[in-house]
Design a protein around this ligand. Sequence first.
Ligand code: SF4
Ligand code: SF4
Length: 472
Amino acid sequence: MSDLIPTREEQDGDGEVRYRMLYESEDKVYTRHIRGLYTRVRKYTGLPLLLGFFFLPWLNIEGHQAVLFDLPARKFHIFWATFGPQDGFLLAWLLIIAAFALFAITTWLGRVWCGFTCPQTVWTMMFMWAERVCEGDRNKRMKLDAAPWNAEKVLRKGGTHLIWLLIALATALAFVGYFYGIRDLVLDLAHFRAHPQGVFWVAFFTLATYLNAGFMREQVCKYMCPYARFQSVMYDQDTLAVYYDAQRGETRGPRKKGVDYKAQGMGDCIDCYWCVQVCPVDIDIRDGMQYECINCGLCVDACNSVMDKMSYPRGLIRFTSEDELETGKTNYLRPRLFGYALILLAMTGLFVHQVATRSPVTAEVLRDRGARMYRESRGTIQNVYTVKINNMDQSPHEFEISIEGKEGYDYSLRKPRDIYLQPGELFSVPIRVSVPKAQLKDTKHNIYIVVRAEDEPSLSDRHQTVFIGPKQ
Ligand code: SF4
Ligand code: SF4
């Protein structure tokens, strides 16, 4: 029985236990198009994401692509800043902030990220739009699929798949353009001289987008997205989510408009199934909260339009909380929400401070592995280090290196050449630091190697290391 899962009908408790094989394919979902507040909001939340995604790679700042993840050079250009491998902790920090933001929003508003801004949702919306334009709304699409192949079906289906492929190709080009450089990518592809890896990734992401948004759709949310699985941990009694007001809706059933259905013991739900037909994940919200629900609000729009037609008050399905359904009010001022908000604020503040004050010049210092120290004939002790200087600034600079150490010690430093680095250049230089033996009082002591741009002293980094002398 381990490869079997109960069907929804079984979970509904209609008395009959049925099982579906894990690998059984699901029925195709034909969603009905609906107009309403949440449908509009979804458009407005998806649009900035799409515009940003497609147009950002074309934006140039100071002669280079504003957002470019240059993997071979191990440099990420994000507007005026350049990040390198040494900034990996900032990326980790950013991901932690994003995770906390997600926790806070989910505790407050349920899975609104999934329903309104997740790329899977936004791209699926675009693909559904193409389907609707070429094949019509739900009933027409169902008829078309059931009809035998003819010229009209080929034309309509062909149109849908052509638009899907064009959207998928544009998506892949934009995505790969963040890594390859969008202008280079388009030109190289047009002149058949693109790097094979670039061609591979464009083909891969075209196919992935086409399959994900065209065919897999809700299956991604149901079976592949880990977020759907752990969201219930973040929900509490006061989380705002889409609920069906069973007290008001039951007993459900069809009736004629204007009849006194309450006198017949019926509730406001006319059992029209519109809320199910608009649902992108193919669930019936009247069965209660289900992990598949992405909180998109489309069933709210559908039910509200039915309520309007029946001249019943809106809100039979609405964004509300379990507490509100039971006690009539939602507790917004919850310690958990405050906790998330405070952590988020503190982490974001620290992150912004770290980014704003970080020097685009970094230095790493490695001691010579060959010898602890060298005794020089002129009576000095010499240590050798390798200094790796990374110029992440947008301008070239000449760099000077100096030593800060113990007071009273006469440090001298020798380096083989002047250090002039282009923007983004990483350079390793061996340096020799010497101290008169007579001045050394300890076997080892800390020194700081300071790297500073000569024309802009604020661009500097200071690295602590050890100077080793003879045993005292
Ligand atoms: S049940 Fe309603 S809110 Fe949930 S996914 Fe379906 S349509 Fe969206
Ligand atoms: S749309 Fe509203 S009235 Fe129609 S079945 Fe769903 S809950 Fe009932």
